[in-house]
Design a binder for this molecule. Sequence first.
Ligand code: NAP
Ligand code: MG
Length: 477
Amino acid sequence: MTFEYAPAPESTSIVDIRPSYGLFIDGEFRDSIDGDTIKTINPATEEVLSEVVAAGPRDVAAAVEAARRAYQTVWGTMPGTERAKYLYRIARIIQERSRELAVLETIDNGKPIRESRDVDLPLVAAHFFYYAGWADKLSYAGFGPHPRPLGVAAQVIPWNFPLLMLAWKIAPALACGNTVVLKPAETTPLTALVFAEICQQADLPPGVVNIITGAGETGRHLVEHPDVDKIAFTGSTEVGRQIARAAAGTRKRLTLELGGKAANIVFDDAPLDQAVEGIVNGIFFNQGHVCCAGSRLLVQESIHDELLTALKRRISLLRLGDPLDKNTDIGAINSAAQLERIRALSEIGELEGAERWSAPCPLPDRGFWFPPTVFTGVSQAHRIAREEIFGPVLSVLTFRTPEEAVAKANNTPYGLSAGIWTEKGSRILWMADRLRAGVVWANTFNKFDPSSPFGGYKESGYGREGGRHGLEAYLAV
Ligand code: NAP
Ligand code: MG
């Protein structure tokens, strides 16, 4: 039985989007020297929200120069106890402005307000609080008595968790005494620009954080700038490879957080209702725009039919639509380009012989939408079993023994995350030992905490973000 819900849209009156934004360099918003402009839109309505700069090479150079100066004159020499105060202040302002930031994130990205409000924003604040706590304790972090910062960090982030990825990058960098130049994704620049205002509000010394908007070219100019000491990138494996090539042979330190094709493995003794919730959360959270999404469901053959029936029943109840509505489970796809990629790979899934099922939900007329979709009868050779779709599409494979589950789960060029659903603790440990994945969740999925490190094996990248391990990427150790 389905329930009708009255619309419950979150008010947008709390956000004040300016018609255009400059670049945040040396503590102030500036006009571009040699850039272009790009428009950012609301993917749920296709309405233009604002115009931002696509920073050119001279803009990038000005930002790197400001970061260098701030590193040499204030931030790199400031005692950790003082840096911590700024980070705590930023964390508290984020909490105070969290509703505004959540609404803005939802408008610019398309994700449901329930997620931006209850997941993204609390984690963003938690990240700044967590690394504020490390700033004056670096001597005890296990990297020697006086670990030194690296200098200027160039940080490039994707559109799927715009503010959360910013927090993952900026909080540890600043805690360790580095200064940063960050480029948000072309389609989701707005919360990063409000974060720039928050840096002003916190009286952060000019140049410690610089935010330059733009597309891929701006990112390329930034990571290739000769005065950058450290590059931190999250995004596609393809761009990650280009960056690794460009950084090879330079003194720049590099961390890469790339794609994934995680296995979510359900054994016949798993609590099925819980597993169904975990599978739904694993692949439909954030429309599946999640690098660690559980996009391959490996189900033990004996419970395949029972699980799929329960799963489809649950998926049919997901509510797709206005991301600002507090009842919405599935929001908009972030861009026309991403929607096209999801459509193309789904069509290939059908052509290669997998069976496609989509939830029977109506799609809004405007904006970018894709219904929650499940492919059954998928084999390991299918492209939908090998390639990252980065959308609300689940590929279902089966296995008979734990050995076969491990072999299939590891049969991927990626290795970011995995999930195991079973009653047996011994089996969880046995599996976790053998899965080549940075994070292994047991009887849960997509759980994040600033104190626990996150990162990949193989083509999912290298380096760890979060926790004590995340400090290492920003210290000369
Ligand atoms: P992407 O091109 O790798 O974008 C990531 C970031 O890098 C963005 O800020 C992007 O700018 C920038 N960038 C692009 N080309 C660059 C270059 N040559 N040098 C430096 N920076 C550059 O990823 P995407 O196009 O947004 O998404 C493509 C696929 O990547 C997705 O379908 C998904 O499979 C994967 N992905 C993975 C993650 C993850 O969390 N691991 C996140 C997003 C996407 P623009 O945004 O302006 O292009
Ligand atoms: Mg946008």
